[in-house]
Write a protein that binds this ligand. Structure first.
Ligand code: AMP
Length: 503
């Protein structure tokens, strides 16, 4: 009996006494602890009636024990279903009703408000806290430190991750053991991770970035991680001399750039800074390089596909691009309406195919069918192009495209012009309903503190650089853009805020 992904992880353990996780309060969890702790946790799940194929839904704070639970799911053949810690009971009710998990694990402090929701969905409720506490951990303590893993092959489900979709109901992306294993193996090679790597891990672990890109890659490399509960620039600065690498969303880099201690000396022990989940401003890339001497490596992926493209390890890491399709991944650009494959350089829908691409949306066969082409390519929903050197550029989500007077305006094109202006930190281009144009191109701009910049200056600077139809009809100044925890600008929220602008 063998669990495909867990087997792969255990086959690559460098030595059992090697530390895998070190926490800020100096707890050290070795690979041996991972193996024994996940065996005990697996025993606890089985005692709750979990059988292969069952879903185990999890809404817990970040802790090493949460990782044991993830590994325990792989070992019992259960499907790990992590949920954002920010979800409310009403949202949890939807996810549990949709996924019908056998067990729902939540933080001890949420048990009272969530137990009726769990019972209503037919799930047993257990708790797991971030202080080595909770009923599940208590149950695990009484279990054996060895476990006979369930038989799970490459095509069996390892996880369901609900997408953070901003429109309609969230969809559960079904990821197989091989989707996760193949992508992590590719990333180990492509980014040159080895057992000597120590990753600064300050991302949440309910999202693909912190969970699979970071965790699985380091597990398969046999490396180690510093585990931070959340982004904490001071703590990261202190850890850098003992770390080799960091994976972050763009916000990590903009925050660290404001830290007075950031310089070449502070980062000299680091070999790699990776960014993803949201576009990294070219300006951030440039400033980071100037201050630290490191070129941030930007990559592109999504919940449904794991990682698709990456800037190279050796060679040019080009700001504003997400690099090349990873080995084994095919990427192409198509006409969003007809699906016809477009010529190199043209802007259209990014489509991808490879062992990284998910199996479909949980119990949504129609939706799944609609998002795949007949030849197996997945329609990502991201618009982009591939340049003459093969670098992929993302110009925005399909649903963020602005159509004004019948013309397409790709937000990134206008945003990068505005971002380059003196006195501007960043900007977001959105389409707002407009009586004449259908949608009016609207710029929401964050000025630098104390900068004297107004709408007239922005428009004057863009005039002549962009076609007239791309120019914002209005420029709005705000202190900051609304972002979710993964650093993504919430354009739907902006569109809602300014919905009446042209009425
Ligand atoms: P999620 O499923 O939450 O990981 O979100 C995936 C989406 O994030 C993608 O479809 C892209 O729109 C966006 N994304 C991820 N990485 C990047 C990147 N490097 N640049 C721009 N957008 C990105």
């Amino acid at each position: 009996m063998a669990s495909y992904l867990y087997d792969l992880i255990s086959s690559r353990i460098p030595s059992r006494d090697k530390v895998f996780i070190e926490t800020l309060d100096n707890r050290k969890i070795t690979y041996d602890d991972l193996d024994k702790g996940s065996a005990r946790m697996a025993g606890a799940l089985v005692s709750l009636g979990v059988v292969p194929g069952d879903r185990v839904a999890v809404q817990v704070e970040k802790s090493p024990e949460a990782i044991l639970l993830y590994l325990a799911c792989l070992r019992t053949g259960a499907v790990f279903l992590p949920l954002n810690t920010a979800y409310t009971p009403t949202e949890i009710e939807y996810f549990l009703g949709d996924a019908k998990p056998r067990v729902f694990v939540c933080d001890p402090t949420s048990r009272d408000k969530l137990s009726a929701v769990a019972t209503g969905a037919g799930a047993a409720i257990e708790t797991l806290g971030d202080k080595q506490n909770g009923s599940l951990l208590e149950k695990a303590k009484g279990q054996s430190e060895t476990f006979k893993d369930a038989d799970r092959g490459q095509d069996d489900l390892a996880a369901i991750l609900y997408t953070s979709g901003t429109t309609g109901r969230s969809k559960g992306a079904m990821l197989t053991h091989d989707n996760l294993a193949s992508n992590a193996l590719t990333l180990v090679d492509y980014w040159r991770f080895t057992k000597d790597d120590v990753l600064i891990h300050a991302l949440p672990i309910y999202h693909t970035h912190g969970l699979f890109v970071a965790m699985n890659t380091l597990l398969l490399a046999g490396g180690s991680m510093f585990f931070l509960p959340k982004l904490d620039a001071d703590a990261i600065m202190k850890l850098m001399p003992r770390a080799t690498s960091m994976m972050g969303v763009p916000t990590f880099y903009t925050r660290l750039l404001q830290h007075p201690g950031l310089n070449k000396e502070a980062t000299k022990h680091m070999r790699l800074f990776i960014s993803g989940s949201a576009p990294l401003l070219a300006e951030t890339h440039r400033e980071w390089r100037e201050k630290t001497g490191h070129a941030i490596l930007e990559r592109y992926g999504m919940t449904e596909t794991n990682m698709n493209t990456s800037n190279p390890y050796d060679g040019d890491r080009v700001a504003g691009t997400v690099g090349f399709p990873l080995p084994g991944v095919s990427a192409r650009i198509s006409d969003p309406d007809t699906g016809k494959v477009l010529a190199q350089g043209e802007i259209g829908m990014i489509e991808v195919k490879g062992p990284n691409v998910f199996k479909g949306y949980w119990q949504m066969p129609e939706k799944t069918k609609a998002e795949f082409r007949d030849d197996g390519f997945f329609i990502t929903g991201d618009l982009g192009k591939i340049d003459e050197r093969g670098y992929v550029h993302i110009v925005g989500r399909g649903k963020d495209l602005v159509i004004t007077g019948g013309f397409n305006v790709y937000p990134v094109e206008v945003e990068s012009e505005i971002d380059a202006l003196p006195g501007v930190v960043e900007s977001a281009i959105i389409g707002i309903q407009h009586p004449d144009f259908g949608e009016g191109v609207t710029a929401v701009v964050v000025p630098q503190k104390g900068a004297q910049i107004d709408e007239k200056q922005v428009l004057a600077a863009l005039d002549g650089r962009l076609a007239k139809f791309k120019l914002p009809k209005k420029v709005i100044f705000v202190e900051e853009l609304p972002r979710n925890t993964m650093g993504k600008v919430q354009k739907a929220a902006l569109r809602e805020t300014y919905a009446g602008l042209y009425k």
